[in-house]
Design a protein around this ligand. Structure first.
Ligand code: SIN
Length: 280
């Protein structure tokens, strides 16, 4: 197994692994360590079935079932849900517009997703160049880069995260809203395995900072959310068919870039790993 850093702060490519062939424990542990260190990993030229994706997801923890899977799942693999702009028999086969603004998955939940995996089945292109990149911003590197006085001032603060804060493009039921009442999380959280601190603040999803008035809250959320997505903390993934990308939702935020349209087709299988309650 070979590891190549994607940028100075964020992401790494893992080479020399065939996920479909299965992984021994030592390799599995080594892959998880690369994710812990770099926040995002990618493996190119993989050829996997839905079951193999779910198995590979287990390497990072227990696969979860997303609320979108009921509508856009894959028969026999409810842990996978489809992100796609493709229609079949006049109906969408997946969520078309998933996560266009910076976010970290399920921050509105009591136990947000620990990790997310996408497998690229179809990638849109223009004159041979890939479209529909996914960008990642390293919120741990962003924390490290803050002046100590600011770190001291915000360490220990908590924010309210609200499922209704962000405009969603796929339909959300009253049941989903009831399932995710507003929840408090520390806005600086420690990684459950490494203990490394990350900023945990997301514009729209984080609606206020506890103990601050509305104006102060909004200003802090804006300033920190902008800081996290500075160019030096970003890796932008250019997809190829057969890519598996895994990201750690404690360490990085991400966003999908919607710069393609049918007949340019994009089809991703998505799995998530259950997380734990974020801790300071
Ligand atoms: C997501 O936010 O899970 C989707 C990312 C993508 O489709 O690039």
């Amino acid at each position: 197994m070979e590891i190549r850093k994607a940028t100075d702060t964020t992401g790494a490519e893992i080479l020399g692994i065939d996920v479909a062939a299965g992984l021994d424990r030592k390799t599995a542990y080594a892959i998880r360590k690369v994710l812990d260190e770099h926040g995002v990993i990618f493996l190119r030229n993989q050829c996997i079935t839905p079951e193999q994706q779910v198995d590979f997801t287990r390497l990072f923890g227990e696969p979860d079932i997303n609320f979108n899977a009921l509508r856009f799942g894959i028969d026999g693999s409810p842990e996978i849900y489809i992100i796609s702009n493709i229609n079949k028999d006049g109906k969408p086969i997946g969520t078309r517009r998933a996560g266009e603004t910076w976010h970290t998955d399920m921050s509105y939940a009591k136990e947000p997703a620990a990790a997310t995996m996408l497998f690229a089945v179809e990638v849109p292109t223009l004159q041979g160049l890939p479209l529909g990149d996914t960008a990642f911003a390293n919120a741990a590197a962003a924390w490290d880069a803050l002046p100590t006085e600011l770190q001291d001032a915000i360490n220990g603060l908590r924010g309210t995260f609200d499922f209704r804060g962000r405009k969603r493009n796929s339909p959300v039921s009253a049941e989903d809203i009831a399932k995710y009442p507003p929840i408090d999380h520390p806005i600086v959280r420690s990684h459950p395995r490494t203990g490394r601190k990350s900023l945990y603040i997301v514009r729209d999803d984080c609606t206020s900072i506890i103990g601050k008035d509305a104006q102060e809250s909004a200003a802090l959320i804006e300033a920190l959310a902008d800081h996290i997505v500075k160019p030096e903390f970003i890796y932008q993934h250019k997809w190829q068919v057969g890519d598996i990308v895994v990201w750690d939702n404690c360490t990085v935020q991400h966003r999908a870039i919607l710069d393609y349209e049918l007949p340019q087709r994009r089809l991703m299988w998505r799995t998530t790993v259950k997380g734990t309650i974020p801790q300071l």
